[in-house]
Design a protein. Sequence first.
Length: 239
Amino acid sequence: MSTALPANAHVSKHPCTRAKLSQLRSHTTNARETKLLIHEIATIVGCEALASCVEAVEDGTDVSPLNYEFERQTISPQRISLVPILRSGLSMTDALLAILPFPVPVHHLGLYREKSTLQPVEYYNNLPYHRPPPEELGDHSHHVEGNAAASELAIVVDPVIATGSTMCAAIETLRDWGVKRIVCISVLASEGGLRRACEEGGDGVEIWAGGVDAETDAKGMIKPGLGDVGDRLFLTLGK
């Protein structure tokens, strides 16, 4: 990397991540192997990311199979959402759900890059409508129906951060919903895209990547990169 990245940018140093990323780069890696490698990298990077943004807290007591009492623990915050960016973000969803100790809502965002401008276009949004917390609603809380309070923590997953435009758009959408803390997890990022997403995301946003490449080409693809991950996953190459 040519210059230091922002403080809220984190790149995995795990040797297994680097080895698996090399395997994922290869043009000989088929769709089934691509899906498995993304899942494995997402698991490693997801563990690194969550270690920095959640903490263990006591959650009462329980009894072991030998009838010994122990202090039960869970994580905080508990109001967490997982936000995969369609299509390829789906390949990372199961890895993050397996790491988390309890089920969390999965809210899908559909974003694609317009080919001429490389700007993101939203075509699907499954976030609940935002409403103020109950303490802000006061006696009128029973009149607000069909809405859901914003998550305390949103975890965005997308295998590739190329120009950074898509991740910036996702962060802005989550901000509009009312999320204060956002963790973005990717398999690979370009240096410029990672820096842009971190700087525009600002306070409360942390971005974790399995690896970083120096630049993108004229089509906004990372060099050497991973190719079009969505097409590789879903066998839609040459569409």
